[in-house]
Ligand binder design. Structure first.
Ligand code: FAD
Ligand code: EPU
Length: 346
C-alpha cells in the first residue's frame, strides 16, 4: 500500500495529482479485505488509467486492478470459452488469441487498458465491439462485498455504454473476471472497415488471417493516434453523437459533405465528432499545455504540465462551440474523476 502517491504514471493523460492511498490488488480476497478495513473511505478502481481525467487530488484509496490469470473453461472444434482475470492487459489478451488462432478480438488490437475495464464502456474499434465476445462479467459489490455475475444481456451493452457506466453503478461493482467466447474453425475475419481493407490491399494480402487483421489495425492506430507515452491523452475525448434523419437533413443544408454512419436504427445516424471539431477549427489548437491533437481532432492532449481542469476547460469550450455551430451537444467518453468517486461524471 502506498501513501500520498503521485498518480502521474497511473493515468495516460499524465495528470499530476495525488492520492491519499494506492493499493495494488492481486486477488478478489484482497478487494474484500480492503472494503472491510476502509469502509467510509472514498475508493476508485483503476485499470491502466487510459480513460480517466483527474480533476484534483483523490482524497481516498485507489484500487489498482492487477488480478492476473487466464483459464480455458471449455473448447470444441468451433469455439473456445476462456475466463480472463480483470488485471490482465487487454492487448496482451488479444495477441494471445491471435497467436492461438482464436478469432473475435483481432480488430480490437492495441486498445490500451485492462481486461476488467473492457466491458465498462464496451470497447470498440474498426468494426468490432467487445460485447460480441463477452459471455459473463464477474463482479464484487464494493458496498456489500457480495459477488454478482452479469450475463451479457444484463450488461445492457451499447455504443460506448454498459450497465456499469450508469451513474448509480459507477464505483459500485469491481469487475474482477470476464468470460469470453472466441471462435476457431469456420471463423471469418471482418475487414469491412474501410481503412483495414486499404492496408491489406497495399500489402497484397488477399486472404487475411487473424494476424494480418490485427497487424493492419495496429498500423492504422499507430499512424493516427498519439502514443500516451509521448503525449498524454485518453483516446477519443468525446463519443460520436447519434442524431435523427431530420436533424441530419437540416445540417446537410449548410454542410452538404457532413459524414455520417448508419446505426441499427433506420432513422438514427452517427456523426464523427472528430469531423465536427475539425471543421469548427479546433484541430491543432493549443492553450498552454492543453490542446487538440493536430492529426485527430477527437483527441485532447496534455503536452506536459496541463491540469485536469485545463483539459476540462478546453473540452467545455469545444462542447459550447459545437452546440452553437451544429446544434449537437457532445458527450465526453472520458470519465472525469472529481474527489469522491460518487461525484464522478462521464
Ligand atoms: P481506466 O481508465 O483505468 O478506468 C476507466 C473507468 O472504469 C474508470 O471510471 C474506472 O473507475 C473504471 N474501472 C476501471 N477498472 C474497473 C474494474 N475492474 N471494475 C469496475 N470499474 C472499473 N477505447 C475504445 O473503446 N476504443 C478505442 O479504440 C480506444 N482507443 C484508445 C486509444 C488511446 C491512445 C487511449 C489512451 C485510449 C483509448 N481508448 C479506446 C479508451 C480506453 O483504452 C478504454 O476505455 C479502456 O477500456 C480503458 O481501460 P483502463 O483499464 O485504462 O480504464
Ligand atoms: N475526422 C475528421 N477530422 C479529424 C478526425 C476525424 O474529419 O480530425 C473524420 C473523418 O471523416 C473520418 C471520421 O471522422 O473519416 C472518423 O474518424 P476515425 O476513423 O479516426 O474514427 P473516430 O470516429 O474519430 C472512432 C472511435 C475510436 C476508434 C475508431 C476506429 C469513438 C468515440 N471513437 O474514432 O475509439 O478507435 O473510431 O474504430 O467512437 C476511443 O474510444 O478512445 C477511440 C480511439
Amino acid at each position: 500500500m502506498l501513501k500520498d502517491v503521485s498518480l502521474k504514471k497511473y493515468n495516460t493523460f499524465g495528470i499530476d495529482v495525488k492520492a491519499d492511498w494506492l493499493a495494488d490488488i492481486d486477488s478478489v480476497e484482497q478487494v474484500l479485505t480492503i472494503i472491510d478495513d476502509s469502509s467510509g473511505m472514498p475508493k476508485l478502481i483503476l485499470g491502466s488509467g487510459s480513460n480517466v481525467l483527474f480533476l484534483n487530488d483523490f482524497k481516498g484509496m485507489i484500487l489498482l486492478n492487477n488480478i492476473k490469470g487466464l483459464k480455458v473453461v471449455e473448447e470444441n472444434d468451433r469455439e473456445i470459452t476462456v475466463d480472463v482475470n480483470g488485471g490482465e492487459n487487454w492487448h496482451d489478451f488479444v495477441m494471445w488469441a491471435v497467436d492461438n488462432n482464436y478469432g473475435g478480438i483481432e480488430n480490437l488490437a492495441l486498445i490500451p487498458g485492462k481486461v476488467g475495464t473492457a466491458p465498462m464502456q464496451n470497447i470498440g474499434a474498426y468494426g468490432a465491439e467487445v460485447k460480441n465476445v463477452i459471455e459473463n462479467v464477474y463482479t464484487v459489490n464494493m458496498h456489500t462485498c457480495e459477488p454478482k455475475t452479469f450475463s451479457k444481456e444484463a450488461c445492457d451493452f451499447g455504443y460506448r455504454h454498459s450497465v456499469f457506466k450508469l451513474p448509480e453503478n459507477k464505483g459500485r461493482y469491481f469487475i474482477h473476471k470476464v468470460r469470453f467466447k472466441l471462435y476457431k474453425k469456420y471463423y471469418q475475419v471482418d475487414t469491412s472497415y474501410g481503412s483495414i481493407k486499404k492496408v491489406l490491399e497495399q500489402k497484397n494480402i488477399t486472404t487475411p488471417g487473424l494476424r494480418d487483421v490485427a497487424g493492419a489495425v495496429m498500423e492504422i492506430r499507430q499512424s493516427k493516434l498519439p502514443d500516451p507515452k509521448v503525449t498524454g491523452n485518453a483516446g477519443s475525448f468525446f463519443k460520436n453523437p447519434y442524431i435523427d434523419l431530420k436533424k441530419l437533413e437540416k445540417l446537410q443544408e449548410n454542410y452538404p459533405n457532413i459524414p455520417f454512419y448508419k446505426t441499427d436504427k433506420s432513422d438514427i445516424v452517427k456523426i464523427p465528432a472528430g469531423w465536427l471539431i475539425d471543421q469548427a477549427g479546433w484541430k491543432g489548437k493549443r492553450f498552454g499545455d492543453a490542446g487538440v491533437h493536430p492529426k485527430q481532432a477527437l483527441v485532447l492532449v496534455n503536452y506536459d504540465n496541463a491540469t485536469g481542469q485545463d483539459i476540462k476547460n478546453l473540452a467545455e469550450q469545444i462542447i459550447a462551440d459545437i452546440e452553437d455551430k451544429y446544434g449537437i451537444r457532445l458527450q465526453p467518453e472520458v470519465n472525469f474523476i472529481n474527489h469522491s468517486p460518487s461525484e464522478n461524471i462521464s
